[in-house]
Design a protein around this ligand. Structure first.
Ligand SMILES: NC(=O)c1ccc[n+]([C@@H]2O[C@H](COP(=O)([O-])OP(=O)(O)OC[C@H]3O[C@@H](n4cnc5c(N)ncnc54)[C@H](O)[C@@H]3O)[C@@H](O)[C@H]2O)c1
Length: 444
C-alpha cells in the first residue's frame, strides 16, 4: 500500500509546491533489511554517568561503530547521551551544550537516545532533573525532522548491562516509526538479559504464538518473528484458514484456525502449545476488531464483540497459559493496544476502552510475573493497512500527517517493536507501553 501524497511530494512539481506552500514534506523512512548492519554510520557517545563505562561494550556486542570524540566535521547516524549524571536541575544545561552543536551534523533518519535513571527510584533534586529529561526528549522528537527519532530510556540501577537489545532496536531502522517514547529497563529480569548468541537471529529456538496472523499487522509480526529465528504458531478465525495456512507453510510454522472468543479457545491453544511445541516463549495478542459508532448509537452487539475479541480473549488466554505453566522461562507476553486507548477517539468508546484495558492488563501483570516472564504492549498510531485504506481520503490524509514524521507507519514497524520485546535480551524490559505512531501530536 503506497502513500500517494509522499510519492507526489518527492516529485519535481511536488517538491516545488511543498516548498512554496509550506506543505508537510515526509522523509522516506529507512527500514531494516535482514542481514544488513544495525546502524549504517557512526554513533557518538556523550555524557558522564552510571552508564558511560558500559556503553561502548554494549555497542561492540551489536557490531555498532561508535566514538566519544565529536571531532570538527564528522557526521553521525546516532547520538547516545548518558544523562544519569545530571543529578540536579542546574546541570541540565549539559544537554544543550552536547546536542546543540551536533544537530546540524546528523545523517538522514538519525537516532537520538538519552539515558536516564527512573525518577521514582531517586529523590529530591535528582528526581526533578531526571523527570525533566522527558520534556526535553519529547520536544526534540518533534523538532529533529528528516526521519529522525528521539527516545528517553530510563535504566534502573543494576540493569546497566541489560540495555543491549533496547539500544539495538532504538538505534537501528527497526524503530523507524517509534519516536518520543519513554522506555523503562528495570532490574527485574536484568540478570537473565543479554543471553543472545546471535543478534541477527535472537529468537532461534523460540516458539511464538501470534493471534490474527493471517493478514495486516499480524502477518508482518509472524514474518519478522520468523526472520529472527522463531517457530511461529499462527491463530486466526476459521474463515481465514486458507490464508493462514498458506502463510504458515511459507514460514515453516504451525497454525490453529479458531475464534479466540470461543469458550474453550484458551484451553485449545494451551493444549496445542504444550503438546506440539513443549510450551511457548512469545505470546502476541494481535487479533482485534473495530465496530465504530458514537456512544449515543452504540448497540450491545457492537460493544460486546469488540470487548470480547480485543480484551476478554487476551485476558483469558494469558491466564490459562500462565496457570498451566505453558509459558516458558524468560517468555514474553505482548499486547497490541492502540493510540485510541491512550488519547480516545470519536466513535470508538468500545474500541478505546478495550485497548486501554490491554494497557491495564500489562499494568496488572507486570509486577507479579516470575521466571523472567515479561509483559509489554505496543500502541500503534496510524498504520497503513487494508483497514485504514478504507478510511475516506480527506480523513486519512489528516490522520496520517498529524505526527512528527508527517506519514503513516507500516505494519512492519509494529512487528519490529514486538520482536524487540520478544527477544531473550529484553527480559529487563517489562511493563512498557510503547507507541508506534511517528510521535503523533495526539495524547500523552
Ligand atoms: N491498522 C491500524 O492502524 C491499527 C492501529 C492501532 C491498533 N491496531 C491494532 O492492531 C491489530 C491488528 O490490526 P490490523 O490493522 O492488522 O487488522 P486486520 O483486521 O487487518 O487483522 C486482524 C486479524 O485478526 C483476526 N481476528 C479478528 N477476530 C478474531 C477472532 N475472534 N479470533 C481470531 N482471529 C481474529 C482477523 O481475522 C484478522 O486476520 C488489532 O488489534 C488492531 O486493533 C491497528
Amino acid at each position: 500500500m503506497s502513500d500517494r501524497y509522499q510519492d507526489f511530494a518527492s516529485s519535481q512539481i511536488g517538491k516545488f509546491l511543498v516548498k512554496n506552500l509550506g506543505l508537510p514534506s515526509p522523509t522516506r523512512l529507512e527500514r531494516y533489511d535482514a542481514g544488513a548492519p544495525l546502524v549504517d554510520g557512526t554513533v557518538l557517545l556523550g555524557g558522564d554517568g552510571r552508564l558511560a563505562r558500559s556503553l561502548p561494550g554494549l555497542l561492540d556486542d551489536l557490531g555498532i561503530d561508535h566514538t566519544d570524540d565529536a571531532g570538527p566535521e564528522q557526521r553521525f547516524k546516532g547520538l547516545v547521551y548518558d544523562a544519569t549524571g545530571l543529578t540536579s536541575s542546574d546541570r541540565l544545561g549539559a544537554l544543550r551544550e552536547f546536542f546543540t552543536p551536533l544537530l546540524r551534523r546528523l545523517e538522514t533518519c538519525p537516532r537520538v537516545i538519552v539515558l536516564g535513571t527512573p525518577p521514582e527510584q531517586v529523590a529530591g533534586a535528582e528526581r526533578v532533573a531526571q523527570r525533566a529529561l522527558e520534556g526535553f526528549t519529547r520536544s526534540l522528537g518533534k523538532e529533529i525532522g528528516r526521519g529522525g527519532t528521539v527516545q528517553l530510556v530510563y535504566v534502573a540501577a543494576g540493569a546497566e548491562a541489560a540495555a543491549t537489545s533496547t539500544l539495538g532496536f532504538l538505534l537501528s531502522p527497526k524503530s523507524a516509526y517509534v519516536s518520543g517514547q519513554v522506555v523503562r529497563i528495570g532490574a527485574h529480569g536484568a540478570t537473565t538479559a543479554g543471553g543472545v548468541a546471535d543478534w541477527t537471529r535472537p529468537l532461534t529456538g523460540r516458539v511464538a504464538l501470534v493471534t490474527g496472523a493471517s493478514r495486516g499487522i499480524g502477518e508482518q509480526i509472524a514474518r519478522v518473528l520468523h526472520r529472527d529465528g522463531a517457530t511461529v504458531v499462527g491463530v486466526d478465525v476459521p474463515q481465514a484458514a486458507s490464508e493462514l495456512q498458506a502463510l504458515m507453510r511459507e514460514l515453516d510454522g504451525d497454525w490453529l484456525a479458531l475464534d479466540i472468543t470461543g469458550r474453550d479457545a484458551p484451553q485449545r491453544i494451551a493444549h496445542h502449545l504444550a503438546e506440539q511445541h513443549g510450551g511457548v516463549d512469545v505470546v502476541v495478542h494481535n487479533a482485534g476488531i473495530t465496530r465504530d459508532k458514537k456512544l449515543a448509537n452504540m448497540t450491545e452487539d457492537r460493544w460486546d464483540s469488540v470487548m470480547a475479541v480485543n480484551l476478554t480473549a487476551p485476558e483469558r488466554i494469558t491466564r490459562e497459559l500462565l496457570d498451566r505453566g505453558v509459558i516458558n522461562d524468560n517468555g514474553s507476553i505482548v499486547g497490541v493496544a492502540s493510540i485510541a486507548g491512550i488519547a480516545g477517539n470519536v466513535g470508538q468508546t468500545n474500541y478505546a476502552a478495550s485497548k486501554a484495558g490491554v494497557i491495564g492488563l500489562v499494568d496488572s501483570l507486570a509486577d507479579d510475573l516470575d521466571r523472567g516472564i515479561t509483559v509489554n504492549a505496543v500502541a500503534p498510531g496510524f498504520i497503513i493497512t487494508k483497514m485504514t485504506a478504507a478510511v475516506p481520503f480527506a480523513t486519512r490524509e489528516v490522520g496520517q500527517r498529524l505526527n512528527a514524521m508527517a506519514q503513516g507507519g507500516l505494519p512492519v514497524d509494529v512487528a519490529e517493536t514486538v520482536a524487540w520485546y520478544a527477544s531473550p535480551g529484553s527480559t529487563a524490559v517489562n511493563g512498557n507501553v510503547v507507541r508506534v505512531c511517528g510521535q503523533m501530536m495526539l495524547g500523552a
